[in-house]
Design a protein around this ligand. Structure first.
Ligand SMILES: O=C(O)CCC(=O)C(=O)O
Ligand SMILES: [Fe+2]
Length: 224
């Protein structure tokens, strides 16, 4: 995790991933409505729809949460006493923008961060779009530079996660999701955080043009 991320291919088997993907498609159907406000969608260039299956009693999603290998790995990175949030599935439909560059939580205190544990239940490639881009080592570089939405970073890496891949991602790492060309694109996130990290640390997300608070759907800071 020195680079702020870790990519683990073939971490989960196809059978489990197919089951998850089926449940996700059953839930979202073909063209789900967006749940975020119009202002947020426009300003953040983010078009993802969340679903919290475990909050609705879909117990199949406990399997990844309880996976010993994943949890031992999390132990070794975050230390004892870490906690995890309920899993969040993120769905993007065809023709959507993905997500612009962001940090999941403000990097104001380097010791306070979340760690995404992203599980990919389908193959993602350049044809389908929705690849995940990260800037290696950026979790140690502080605040994501402010600026226009389409600012880019020459040193970024673009991942094409396959079915069964897990990506661990430090919440201060600068990352984005590329536009989606295929029918849909999903990932499932089991967010975690070290012991003592305030709950709700990911309520405020840092984009290049703003800090946004999800719980109140408000822009808490304009950036330029
Ligand atoms: O779906 C992905 O690949 C990344 C999603 C993301 O940015 C996040 O969960 O914070
Ligand atoms: Fe993120």
């Amino acid at each position: 995790m020195r680079e702020g991320f870790l990519v683990l291919e073939n971490f989960f088997d196809d059978q489990l991933m197919d089951q998850y993907n089926g449940l996700i498609l059953d839930h979202f159907g073909e063209s789900p409505e967006f749940m975020h406000s119009k202002e947020f969608l426009e300003k953040s260039s983010t078009e993802v729809i969340p679903w919290f299956p475990q909050n609705e009693g879909v117990t199949e999603f406990d399997v990844v949460e309880n996976d010993q290998r994943l949890n031992q790995l999390t132990d070794s990175i975050l230390g004892d006493g870490w906690y995890s949030d309920y899993s969040m599935v993120m769905f993007s439909g065809q023709g959507t923008k993905g997500q612009s560059w962001h940090q999941d939580c403000p990097p104001d205190d380097p010791r306070k961060f979340n760690m995404n544990r992203l599980v990919y239940t389908m193959d993602i490639d350049a044809d389908i779009g929705g690849q995940t881009a990260v800037v290696p080592g950026s979790h140690l570089r502080g605040l994501l530079p402010a600026g226009k939405e389409d600012n880019d970073f020459d040193d970024k890496l673009i991942f094409e996660p396959k079915k069964g891949t897990v990506i661990l991602l430090h919440g201060h790492t600068w990352h984005k999701v590329l536009p989606v060309h295929g029918k849909y694109r999903v990932s499932t996130n089991y967010r975690s955080a070290p012991k003592g990290t305030p709950k709700g640390i990911t309520d405020i997300c840092v984009y290049q043009n703003m800090r946004y608070r999800f719980s109140t759907s408000t822009i808490v800071e304009e950036r330029s």
